[in-house]
Every structure is written in C-alpha cells, then in structure tokens.
Design a protein around this ligand. Structure first.
Ligand code: 0O2
Length: 259
C-alpha cells in the first residue's frame, strides 16, 4: 500500500497514528480504500471546478478588454490544484484535525489561481473587478505588496468563495487568487526554485542576493508604473450599449458584403 493511500485512509477515518509503530501495524481493508478514494476524488473535484469557474471569469474580463480595444491589464493566468500530499502536509503542519470537514474549513488554498499583470496599478483594478462580482465573496485578503515579506516576496492574495453547481448540489468553494506583476512573479518563481533546491535552508549569501533582487524588481515596477502613467490613457470610456439604436444600416452593410 502506498503512503498516499494510507494517508487518504487516515483522513477519511479522522484518524491519526499515535506512533509510527501504530502506523506500521494498521492495514485498512481494500474495499474501504476504494470507497475512500472515491470520496476524496469527489472532494477534490469541487476545487478543480472552482478553479475552472474563476479562470472563466478572468478570461471573460480579458476578452472584454480586448474586444473594447482597451489596454488589457491581464498578462497571463495560471492555476494549480494542491496535491493530496501537500494538502495533508499542511493539515499536519498546522495541526488541524485530519478529516474532510476540517480540511474544508481550514485549508483554503487547495484551489489556486494566479493572475499576472503588467503594472502595479493593474493589481487593484483586477482585484476590484473580481471582488465586485455578485457571486464572489471575499473571505480574506493579504497584501504582501504594501507589507512585503521579509524575504522580499510581493503579491496580493485573496481568498474568495464562489458557487460551484454540481449535478446534485451547489457548493461554495474557496479559491486563493494571487495577483502580482510580471516582475513580482519572476522573482517569486526564482525564489521558489531556490527554496526547494535548498529545502528551505537557503544560505545567507543567497538570501541577501534575493533580497537585493526583490528591491530591484520593486524599483523596476515603480519605474514602469511611472512610464505607464506618462504615456497615459486618454481617459476614454467605452460607450454604453444603446438598446434603441436602429441597426438597419448595419444589416444593409452585411447584405452589401454578401453581394
Ligand atoms: P504553491 O507552490 O503555490 O502551492 P502556508 O500555505 O501555510 O505556507 P499561508 O499562511 O496559508 O501559508 O498563506 P500565504 O503565506 O499567504 O501564501 C501561501 C502561498 O503564497 C504559497 O503557496 C506560495 O504560492 C505563495 N508564497 C507565500 N510566500 C512566499 C514566498 O516567500 N516565496 C514564494 N515564492 N511564494 C510564496 P504554497 O502552497 O506554499 O506553494
């Protein structure tokens, strides 16, 4: 039996071994494990659907900006579903109860979506557009841009909940949305690689280099923001749709194209 299956079994049974001897001695029945796997898959599927919903929302914003020929603040989007191992590792590290109800209540970053923008000012815009949507509820917000982490990490983290319409029920699911600039993202992905390479024990000289790189990234963001403002938007707003507009001229134009 793999460790993963054993871990799933423990979660589903709300059971924690009191010692490694107890863990070694216990073999769950195969039928249970199949059932538990099914339950866990169903549980995780809800988070996958929540990611799909949020990505659809962001893609709609993106396409809407493009359609209006407006400047598009969204550079790129990516997402990740936490693996069962890292969900369980977090439960263990934070000393939460090892059962699904506890995971549902406490682990709010199983579904994660990252939005990368060009400029610092885009971050607030995207945040407001998402949080302002009727079916989105903001549960928590961490502003690591105003309050940069000591290692230099910068990003805006939102925990939101959105409804996911399943075949037999509607669940409100939490999603962590990270919004950051290209420079912040570049720094964070390099730092992540270094952190994993050294298994968290990053040597002091590298930590200091990373802090300097974070400063440089911060300065670049400020410079780009200033240039962006200088080039400026004209402040044009797109005209709102006029329902009573006579579309006969447009129809005639379509007909003339066909000839
Ligand atoms: P991954 O690879 O994105 O899945 P915790 O989850 O307990 O560590 P907490 O308090 O729940 O942290 O949330 P926090 O610190 O607000 O945000 C956690 C997520 O933010 C991480 O997820 C990273 O994606 C990102 N993050 C936070 N701090 C740093 C940092 O110093 N460097 C980098 N590169 N990313 C950071 P995961 O699940 O740890 O990783």
């Amino acid at each position: 039996m793999t460790l993963e299956v054993m871990a799933l079994w423990m979660v589903m049974r709300s059971w924690q071994p009191s010692s490694s001897a107890e863990l070694n001695g216990v073999v769950p029945p195969v039928r249970d494990v199949r059932f538990l796997r099914g339950q866990f898959t169903d549980f995780m599927l809800g988070y996958k659907f929540a990611i799909d919903e949020v990505i659809t929302k962001i893609n709609i914003l993106r396409e809407d900006f493009n359609n209006a020929n407006e400047y598009n603040p969204i550079e790129h989007i990516n997402s990740r579903l936490k693996s069962p191992e890292s969900v369980l590792e977090k439960v263990q590290r934070k000393k939460y109860a090892m059962n699904l109800a506890s995971i549902r209540e406490n682990v709010l970053d199983i579904a994660g979506v990252r939005v990368v923008c060009s400029f610092i000012s885009d971050i607030g815009k995207i945040r407001d557009m998402l949080v302002g949507q009727e079916d989105i509820t903001l549960l928590d917000e961490r502003d690591y841009i105003t309050h940069r982490k000591p290692n230099g990490y910068q990003s805006l983290h939102l925990i939101v909940s959105i409804p996911v319409f399943r075949a037999d029920r509607t669940d409100r699911m939490p999603v962590e949305i990270q919004i950051r600039t290209i420079a912040m993202d570049f720094w964070a992905s390099l730092e992540h690689k270094i952190y994993y390479k050294y298994r968290g024990e990053v040597p002091a000289n590298l930590r200091s280099e990373l802090a300097q790189a974070a400063d440089a990234a911060g300065q670049l963001d400020e410079k780009m923001e200033a240039l962006h403002r200088l080039v400026g938007r004209t402040g044009e707003t797109r005209p709102s749709l006029t329902d009573s507009l006579d579309l006969s001229v447009l129809y005639a134009d379509f007909l003339s194209d066909r000839l």
